[in-house]
Design a protein around this ligand. Sequence first.
Ligand SMILES: Nc1nc2c(ncn2[C@@H]2O[C@H](COP(=O)(O)OP(=O)(O)OP(=O)(O)O)[C@@H](O)[C@H]2O)c(=O)[nH]1
Ligand SMILES: [Mg+2]
Length: 305
Amino acid sequence: MDKEFRSGFVALIGRPNVGKSTLMNHLIGQKIAITSNKPQTTRDRIQTVYTDKRGQIVFVDTPGMHKAHTGLGEYMMGSVDKAIESVDMLLWLVEPDLHVGPSDREIAERLSSLKLPVILIINKADMVDKARIGEVVKNYSELMEYAAVIPLCALRGTGVDRVLEKIFELLPEGPMYYDEETVTQQPIREIAGEIIREKALRCLSDEVPHGIAVEIEKMREREDGMFDVEAVLVCEKESHKGIVIGKGGQMLKKIGTQARRDIEELTGTRVNLKLWVKVRKDWRDDPVQLKNFGFDKRKLNEGNS
Ligand SMILES: Nc1nc2c(ncn2[C@@H]2O[C@H](COP(=O)(O)OP(=O)(O)OP(=O)(O)O)[C@@H](O)[C@H]2O)c(=O)[nH]1
Ligand SMILES: [Mg+2]
């Protein structure tokens, strides 16, 4: 009986900044999704695969659920809807906050209308004591029924094994969707662009990072294995350009140095990274620019993952 191979699609959902991407990276044991302390870091679904002898889980990381104020925000929320519609199970992440707010109630209402198992993950358990966790569990349990409730610390990866165990317990017998070596099918070029955006999110403050997009103009492997990468950091206002470049180019250099290190780790080879900064005025509300950056609502309707 316990030899059957189980599989299915599992989305990580919740409000911005609760730790969805951090948890997904720990679940698969590799850093694929970018993370930062700024809300709305993840902008699109990111699919990754975990396989062991118990079965295969295809994780779908999603943007944090919020009320959209830009065209980009609308795309992001469409992408969450698409994920919820197309998976077998949900991991709903929350922070150990005693106050269950209206947006959490809205999420719970929506989830309880679906016929999907929902595992409630109370993340950032390291920030509070055990008694508080008990109260949080009680408050959230009043909202809906869960297949399981698991408090954990995604940052350190503690409690992650219990999540995998529970998912395998709940998934039905199923096929192997991807070969066992696959961790993600996201092209290396896209991951490199996301790494650069992560460093910009982490180095910059205020509203500047939210208007950043990254275009990889060139990514070519030399004969000696070294990668040449040329990328443009796009910002949405002329006044942001100087901030991204920094005094004497220091900010751009800092972002570039940090990004290069991570891209080297990703490619397993030396990387020569060149960065430029361009302004595309208010691109987050410009349908043509949004499409150029891959945030095309039609793509969601076509069911393209
Ligand atoms: N203390 C603590 N911080 C955590 C934990 N998990 C994640 N974080 C931090 O929370 C912040 C947000 O993490 P992300 O993984 O980017 O959150 P997210 O839910 O993917 O955010 P969006 O993509 O913006 O929706 C980062 O600064 C993480 O380091 C945790 O268990 N404990
Ligand atoms: Mg995220």
